[in-house]
Design a protein around this ligand. Structure first.
Ligand SMILES: Cc1cc2nc3c(=O)[nH]c(=O)nc-3n(C[C@H](O)[C@H](O)[C@H](O)COP(=O)(O)OP(=O)(O)OC[C@H]3O[C@@H](n4cnc5c(N)ncnc54)[C@H](O)[C@@H]3O)c2cc1C
Length: 377
């Protein structure tokens, strides 16, 4: 077991961390626009784990996570990093592994370069945690499938050029009745709703998406009919393992700011970091960060090695990061005192970016279920 980064990994991480510091941030409360996506594309971020033959970085899950962590540690907006992670992990990996050859050749170069953007459309009003309740259908017709249904929370939806979506092709077949599709955003019958007003992660725009007799040529079916659930689960292993790395970077940058503040802010004639209540709070923040980081790296290693434990360790990692990020963000506000509660300081604002870690890619309760089932419960 080796806990050190190889020289090549270290160079990549340092390059991305340094470059992230120079990336523009989206306007306050606004989603990142296409220029920012292309700037990230030029750094290789939008194609990290996409195949090299299509302009991607060809990285595995662990190296992708290290890069996403470096991006946020370097100062990139958490919402924008989340948007890139959704594009890459829920969509890019599924397209790279399961789309037909011609579709991969058509779509992946644009996604790698950041010129085009992908969105994952699974959740529906009545099918959140319980994706077996999907109401969206895909009926085969001549040379296409006709999709009907509404997806309720699609990150990147307003900017998306392609949507990876899931629909019922065989209602009686349960798990095997779901199929996955890559749907170009300009398909007739596809309507993307207005940007949803969220309380955080504004750098990533989200929308509802409606399929109204949306005709999708057969070549856009991913894998075979009935493989949708398996494709979704594999993409979720990538996303649950790697996406929390965005938050490792955010937590590292947050901790650095907190330590600096504890060294500089003086009360009662002393630096507040001299008070054990404060220094121990910082030690606790560091422990939460370091222990969740180990779980993320382990989960990514499991994805890279196609380990049978991948789903369970990804669940453990996601829960650990969610708990650590929320607790650390509350502690950061306490440490900064009233200025931590001011809008625009960036410390208090992180709270609304970290809370949804308990929700997206399967809620914390659902991750706990996966872990419990892994123990035979
Ligand atoms: C920021 C953000 C980005 C998102 N991006 C996307 C996206 O790009 N694409 C997409 O398809 N979806 C996306 N989602 C939606 C996300 O996947 C769902 O919110 C999630 O699956 C939970 O579904 P729900 O919101 O309907 O909650 P519900 O399923 O209604 O759950 C409500 C509560 O009940 C609990 N619960 C439900 N079932 C169980 C159970 N069996 N055991 C224990 N507790 C249970 C949940 O844990 C939760 O606390 C996003 C959500 C957020 C917040």
């Amino acid at each position: 077991m080796d806990f050190d980064l190889a020289p090549g990994q270290r160079r990549r991480v340092e390059r991305i961390r340094d470059a992230a510091a120079g990336l523009p941030r989206p306007e306050r409360g606004q989603a990142a626009g296409r220029e920012l996506w292309q700037a990230a594309g030029e750094l290789g971020i939008t194609g990290l784990c996409l195949p090299e033959e299509y302009g991607g970085g060809g990285l595995g899950a662990l190296d992708t996570a290290l890069a996403l962590e470096a991006l946020c540690d370097g100062g990139a907006d958490t919402g924008f990093a989340f948007a890139i992670a959704a594009h890459l992990l829920a969509c890019g990996t599924a397209l790279a592994e399961h789309a037909h050859d011609q579709v991969r050749a058509d779509l992946l170069p644009g996604l790698s370069s950041g010129k085009t953007i992908a969105a994952n459309a699974m959740t529906e009003d009545e099918a959140g945690s319980d994706v077996s309740r999907l109401a969206t259908t895909a009926e085969p017709a001549d040379d296409c499938y006709v999709l009907n249904g509404v997806k309720s929370f699609v990150s990147n939806g307003p900017l998306a050029d392609v949507l990876v979506t899931y629909a019922v092709t065989s209602p009686a077949a349960g798990y095997l009745g779901l199929s996955a599709f890559a749907v170009p955003a300009d398909s007739p019958g596809l309507r993307i709703g207005p940007t949803l007003a969220k309380i955080g992660l504004e750098g990533c725009a989200a929308a509802r998406v409606e399929f109204a007799d949306c005709k999708v040529p057969r070549r856009y079916l991913m894998g075979a009919e009935g493989q949708g659930s398996a494709i979704f689960q594999r993409s979720m292993s990538w996303e649950r393992a790697c996406l929390p790395a965005v938050y490792l970077g955010t937590m590292q940058a947050q901790l650095n700011r907190c330590v600096t503040h504890a060294r500089e802010r003086r009360q009662f004639g002393r630096r507040i970091g001299d008070f054990q209540a404060v220094s121990h709070r910082l030690a606790t923040m560091k422990r939460r960060l370091e222990s969740s980081r180990l779980l993320v790296y382990r989960a990514c290693w499991d994805v890279d090695h196609h380990s049978p434990d991948a789903a369970e360790t990804a669940a453990l990692a996601k829960v650990a990061v969610a708990e650590a990020a929320v607790a650390n963000s509350v502690d950061a506000v306490r440490l900064f005192g009233a200025r931590g509660y001011l809008a625009g300081e960036g410390i208090g604002g992180q709270l609304t970016d970290v809370v949804p870690l308990h929700l997206f890619s399967g809620t914390t309760d659902i991750q706990q279920e996966i872990v419990a089932k892994g123990m035979g419960l």
